[in-house]
Design a protein around this ligand. Structure first.
Ligand code: 5GP
Length: 143
């Protein structure tokens, strides 16, 4: 058995795609699957994944990434227009350092109904002392 097949066996989302683990399905086509996150951080918390295994957003081919984002956008729109959500967080954790626990590309769609919910993404201002022009050119020059 090759390394890739072994990896896929361990990955819970590959097992959902293969029908080995049940899910509450929201959408499916040849490349994309969307279903409710088991943890439901807020009501309607959805996951949109590539059916084929890629480790995360950064390592997914553009065409597939775009298809996943398209479905995430549609789910977010439905949650705003029909489910009473007042906002939506679209989130894709890449690597453990960023909170990724399932190593299979996925996008969270997390509807927001009010301020006190089971999610907090705090973005503190830590810009003091940083050389912003240098940081900007470091990134800009590599794009
Ligand atoms: P991450 O932390 O990798 O960004 O998010 C992984 C998400 O997958 C978590 O929110 C977790 O609740 C969800 N999850 C893990 N195992 C399962 C499962 O078996 N079924 C479903 N529907 N969601 C899962």
């Amino acid at each position: 058995m090759d390394k890739e097949v072994k990896l896929m066996e361990k990955d819970v989302f590959c097992r959902i795609v293969n029908g080995e683990i049940p899910c509450y399905k929201l959408y499916e086509d040849d490349d994309v699957l969307a279903f409710l996150d088991i943890s439901q951080v807020t009501k309607g918390h959805a996951l949109v994944i590539s059916k084929k295994h890629y480790d995360n957003f950064l390592s997914t081919p553009k065409e597939i990434m775009h298809k996943v984002m398209d479905v995430a956008q549609r789910i977010g729109q439905v949650e705003i227009s029909l489910m009473g959500a007042k906002g939506v967080n679209i989130l894709s954790n890449c690597y453990e350092e960023a909170g990724q626990s399932v190593i299979h590309f996925h996008v969270h769609v997390i509807p927001r109904y009010g301020k006190k919910e089971g999610i907090s993404i705090e973005m503190k201002d830590n810009s003091e002392g940083l050389n912003l022009p240098m940081i900007a050119s470091e990134i800009h020059n590599r794009l």
